[in-house]
Design a protein around this ligand. Structure first.
Ligand code: ADP
Length: 456
């Protein structure tokens, strides 16, 4: 028998068992009165339990399910179990939702969920950052009221999301970003807006395009010159030997120029590629700088007063080849951008515990607004002067790369018309005491030579 029937029937049985013996003893009325009294008590008990149930339904807290009495006891115990199970399911769902929200927050992309009317349902922190939204405040708002860029509004309205939309935005922090927006329809007519930050990629792409354009431009001039001479020489049946010689000389110049450019490009590409890790050899900088000094004398050919100051015998950990290329670039620039009769000083010192190589010249100098851009590839203050002196526009880009591979920096001080100082500043932990100290005292001007004397 159904347990819900068993208990009330048992109770009625007990009532009958109590009342029936009274009947023959005290008469029918007394028996009926006792029966009514017992039934009234049972009714009160039911009403009491019913009111407990009613009160709980008005405020159905899982921890306040009443215990009940009599046949209600069982009922309330079922209810208790059901409420507990429901609580557990809710907690599991809550946890899953929380995990889902955390995953959404951790996504590197901006994510916005839109309903069928393009109202915001959810958005993650990246979406808040890029679109200036606030999830708590903007839920239920039309997205086009908040993201007003005409391209975005049009993209959303056309409903054709096969190709992503590149959108330029000013983010909440005021910086510019380029997002690749993709919209995915799901469910009935809900939409998922995904925004991927492609700012860095776009910048790299622009740099790449500029680089290709620059290289092509740099190669075009010498190639045009070569082409011109070759055509002229080919057209002439009997070229004038003097003219032919002059043409060959000029063609050679252009070839040297192209060769320098290709060499510098290869050096840059070697430095930029991660496959060539930095060597960590002890480099005798005094020796290296002395060689640079000799090269400088040769390059200047006596046109400048070139001096050398070696104030420390300390060396550096790094790549001798790369350091020679970088420091050599600074020296050759000083010669190329210093008019005849000017002074150039090569200086190797330990400033406190900071190793520093600097080249100071009394050359043409550089206006302040150019200085930050000098290490960009192909950036030149004066194009024609750079070319005339055999420059490729890549020298300081190479210097910057080499120095950053040695965790060093390039300091540039310059005044137009007065001269410049280019200093390579190395971190103290790159310094290395050389086995064989340099010939001269550590802290003293070791050699000061007059280029004119040297050249003579
Ligand atoms: P370039 O091959 O043109 O010299 P670099 O990268 O070596 O290319 O230098 C970039 C530009 O910085 C040069 O074109 C020149 O305008 C400027 N510059 C570099 N060194 C000096 C210097 N010592 N004095 C004046 N200008 C300099």
């Amino acid at each position: 028998m159904n347990p819900h029937w068993r208990k009330p029937l048992l109770t009625l049985g007990i009532v009958a068992a109590v009342v029936l013996p009274i009947w023959p003893i005290a008469g029918k009325t007394a028996a009926l009165l006792v029966a009514c009294a017992v039934l009234a008590l049972l009714l009160v008990q039911h009403l009491y339990n019913f009111s407990l149930f009613h009160d709980w339904l008005l405020d159905p807290r899982p921890d306040a399910v009443p215990n009940g009495t009599g046949s209600w006891e069982q009922l309330f115990s079922y209810l208790h179990r059901m409420v507990r199970r429901q609580g557990q399911t809710e907690a599991r769902l809550q946890e899953a939702l929380l995990r889902f929200q955390k995953a959404g927050a951790a996504l590197p992309e901006a994510v916005i969920l839109l309903d069928a009317d393009n109202r915001i349902d959810q958005c993650n922190p990246k979406a808040e950052k890029y679109f200036g939204l606030r999830a708590s405040r903007d839920r239920g708002q039309q997205i086009t009221y908040l993201v007003r860029q005409p391209q975005f509004v049009e993209y959303l309205q056309t409903g054709d999301f096969t190709t992503p939309l590149n959108l330029k935005l000013v983010t909440g922090s005021g910086s510019e970003a380029i997002l690749s927006i993709q919209i995915v329809a799901y469910g009935d007519s809900d939409k998922l807006v995904l925004g991927r930050d492609i700012t860095r990629w776009e910048r790299l792409e622009t740099t790449r395009r500029d680089f290709v354009a620059n290289v092509s431009h740099e190669l075009r001039t010498p190639l045009t010159v070569l082409n011109g001479f070759l055509e002229t020489l080919t057209d002439m049946e009997q070229p004038d030997p003097v003219m032919a010689r002059r043409s060959l000389e000029l063609m050679l110049q252009q070839c040297v120029r192209m060769n320098n450019l290709v060499e510098d490009l290869l050096t840059l590409s070697r430095l930029e590629s991660a496959v060539t890790p930095l060597r960590d050899d002890p480099v005798d900088v005094c020796d290296l700088v002395q060689h640079l000094y000799q090269d400088a004398l040769a390059l200047s050919g006596g046109r400048h007063d070139i001096r050398l100051r070696l104030e420390t015998s300390i060396g550096l950990r790094g790549s001798a080849e790369e350091l020679r290329s970088a420091l050599g670039n600074l020296v050759s620039n000083a010669i190329r951008y210093t008019p005849d009769g000017g002074r150039i000083e090569l200086h190797w010192e330990l400033r406190g515990d900071v190793p520093m190589f600097s080249v100071t010249d009394t050359g043409i100098g550089i206006e302040a607004h150019h200085i930050d851009r000098l290490t960009e590839r192909f950036y030149r203050v004066d194009r024609s002067r750079s070319r005339e002196t055999g420059g490729t526009g890549l020298g300081l880009a190479i210097v910057k790369h080499v120095l950053s591979r040695h965790h060093a920096r390039l300091d540039i001080q310059s005044e137009p018309g007065k001269g410049s100082t280019f200093a390579a500043v190395f971190p103290p932990d790159r310094a290395v005491v050389m086995d064989e100290p340099a010939e001269a005292p550590a802290v003293a001007v070791r050699a000061v030579e007059d280029a004119t004397t040297a050249a003579s």
